[in-house]
Design a protein around this ligand. Sequence first.
Ligand SMILES: NC(=O)c1ccc[n+]([C@@H]2O[C@H](COP(=O)([O-])OP(=O)(O)OC[C@H]3O[C@@H](n4cnc5c(N)ncnc54)[C@H](OP(=O)(O)O)[C@@H]3O)[C@@H](O)[C@H]2O)c1
Length: 213
Amino acid sequence: MTGPTMNLLILGATGPTGRILTHLALRSDDSVTAFVRNPATLGDLAEKVTPVVGDATSQHDVLAAASGHDAIVSALGRSTSVRAGELFTRASAAVVGAAEESGVSRLVWLSSFGVGHTYDWASPTQKTIYRTLLRSIYADKKIADERIRSSALDWTIVYPTRLTHGPAQGTYNAADRLPMKGNPTISRADVAAFMHQSLHSDEWIHRSPVISD
Ligand SMILES: NC(=O)c1ccc[n+]([C@@H]2O[C@H](COP(=O)([O-])OP(=O)(O)OC[C@H]3O[C@@H](n4cnc5c(N)ncnc54)[C@H](OP(=O)(O)O)[C@@H]3O)[C@@H](O)[C@H]2O)c1
């Protein structure tokens, strides 16, 4: 890992990707504030992070947690729901507002391949899924990503293909644009590793990396 250790505010730390990211950060001596709705969901992380209770759609709550951190990172998601419930539009507004107000300029945000400009690059199989099953989530994420991209923050928006629970391979591809065939995957462990590396480098600032096996 390059660069000094960081003081991170992680949103979605209790989800499957956020949990791996949190473990990686702790292993490389970053300090982690976990922004959670319910601290009971932290499980084995409870002793290792500083928990802050709040709702990610509340700018008030995110602002109360943000100051003093070197970066904010989001692995927020809707779990198995196919309805966005405006989570991403509302959380992006809250996070951008709180980050600007507290002076935390670095933001790494987890989106999904197929959202926004990346839809045009999708394979026919992917496009069918994005247009149907993931329609609500993707429409909501598009607005969120645009808001982040037009902010004054040092943002990175990450676009992984379909996520698996497999182990980290370290052999995935990351680029501003990747060719797609069929319905490729990447493990949450590799996504978490990429996000953690991005936090510790300037390489992906103001870029929207697509990552996939
Ligand atoms: N599944 C795929 O194939 C795929 C592909 C590409 C990208 N993605 C994206 O990857 C991201 C992560 O997915 P995942 O499956 O690892 O995680 P996930 O199960 O969607 O995790 C959701 C996390 O967000 C938190 N959260 C939700 N609403 C919140 C709120 N209002 N305030 C605070 N926290 C809130 C949850 O906290 P609680 O513990 O309180 O519920 C949990 O920690 C998602 O954005 C997903 O869309 C998924």
